[in-house]
Design a protein around this ligand. Structure first.
Ligand SMILES: Nc1ncnc2c1ncn2[C@@H]1O[C@H](COP(=O)(O)OP(=O)(O)OP(=O)(O)O)[C@@H](O)[C@H]1O
Ligand SMILES: [Mg+2]
Length: 388
């Protein structure tokens, strides 16, 4: 698919902007702080209902305005659609498809698909497990939009279970008799059921992504690999639960949902005493990690800056390969990527992505963008976006 028109109102630095887009490569060039990333951030938001830079919507609304609107015309094969999101920080966001009546924001997922690579992605390698869980979950949702519902069900069950555990912990501290444990049993089952569904998707994703990531890394940095991906489950091996830090290796985790359900239930049973003491859920997909390995070593804490950068980029390129292979080609967004790479890696990356259906590139310095990415150029300056 590709975006044929992007229109923003009160989004970030833009009061209003209209950007007609072609398939193929488009490069947004302009000095620092002129609003290049703001444009591609908006496209990414339509695809994931989130920004790659901030976790709340408030910074996305132009200072002084009370809501932002992102609108895009999208073409996939013969079909054209118009998607529109209105961001209302502090209130519910609104969505429309083809100007018709409102739908849930979640219903627009899958219309715009992106794989976005940005400097923030270094956190995939160097950051906390939460960064990698978000990476997996966004990709799981891009593969299968109905997983957005599963993710929000999981978050809800987790919140409710934590509330229950917290009140149990309070009751204990105040010398109460404790809680009715049968209620907790029911929440264990909910958590294990929804958790197993998410876990199954993540494990399957990691298996699929592993060879693609290794291939992408080899293309970017020949001879630098191999790289490995291991899903580490807080539910550990069957019958033995950890609390995250000492969780057993999840390398052998099966895909079967029934098996994962049983494993989660057993792990929850194993940590119940601790959970009641601490008042939080210690086992489940929200405590898992994706361990990235470069050769025999974990990338986190060991890989060099350049290696970490290449690893993060390889994960994004692998995601791109995966979504393409599964049918609907996403828009590839490369935000400020070329400045970070040496000349050889720049060329390799450019050759890899040049044939994409739509590639959006931002760069402060035009010369950093390799010649094979000749395409449409826009100059971004003083709040205006103009074809060069
Ligand atoms: N909510 C907002 N309201 C008004 N202005 C904003 C808002 N959010 C960001 N900005 C402004 O947008 C500008 C940043 O835009 P952006 O990140 O797109 O720059 P850029 O062109 O990508 O720069 P660089 O080359 O440094 O990456 C900053 O000047 C910032 O102050
Ligand atoms: Mg930028």
């Amino acid at each position: 698919m590709h975006v044929t028109h992007l229109s923003l109102a009160d989004f970030r630095s833009y009061a209003r902007v209209e950007v007609p887009l072609d398939p193929g490569v488009t490069v947004f060039v302009g000095a620092n702080g002129q609003g290049k990333t703001n444009l591609v951030e908006a496209v990414g938001y339509l695809a994931s209902l989130g920004s790659h830079r901030v976790s709340s919507d408030a910074p996305l609304v132009r200072m002084g305005a009370d809501r932002a609107v992102i609108r895009a015309a999208v073409t996939q094969g013969e079909r054209s659609q118009l998607v529109e999101l209105e961001l209302n920080p502090g209130r519910a966001n609104r969505a429309r498809i083809n100007r018709s009546s409102q739908v849930r924001p979640r219903d627009v997922l899958g219309i715009v698909r992106t794989v976005l690579f940005a400097p923030e992605d270094l956190a995939l390698v160097k950051g906390d497990p939460g960064e990698r869980r978000r990476f997996l979950d966004e990709l799981v949702t891009a593969r299968s939009p109905r997983m957005a519902g599963v993710r929000s069900d999981y978050d809800r069950v987790l919140r409710q279970r934590n509330t229950l555990l917290k009140s149990a912990a309070m009751a204990r501290r105040h010398g109460g008799r404790g809680m009715d444990l049968s209620t907790l049993d029911v929440w264990d089952q909910h958590l294990a059921r929804v958790g197993a569904e998410l876990l199954a998707q993540r494990v399957d994703l990691v298996e699929t992504l592993r060879p693609l990531t290794d291939k992408a890394y080899e293309q970017l940095a020949p001879g630098g690999g191999p790289v490995g991906l291991e899903y580490r489950s807080s539910a550990g091996e069957a019958g033995e639960a950890g609390d995250g830090a000492d969780a057993a290796d999840g390398g052998g985790l099966g895909h079967g949902r029934a098996e994962l359900y049983e494993r989660l239930l057993a792990a929850l049973a194993g940590v119940r005493k601790q959970e009641i003491e601490r008042g939080v859920t210690l086992v489940g997909p929200h405590r898992d990690d994706l361990v990235l390995k470069l050769g025999q070593l974990p990338a986190k804490g060991y890989a060099s800056h350049g290696e970490s950068w290449s690893f993060a980029l390889a994960l994004r390129l692998a995601s791109y390969d995966l979504l393409r292979a599964e049918g609907n080609e996403p828009v590839l967004v490369l935000d400020d990527v070329f400045a970070e790479l040496d000349a050889r890696r720049r060329e390799r990356l450019a050759e890899l992505v040049a044939p994409g259906e739509q590639v959006l590139v931002t760069a402060a310095v035009d010369d950093d963008v390799p010649g094979v990415l000749a395409g449409t150029r826009f100059l971004v300056a003083d709040g205006a976006v103009e074809r060069a």
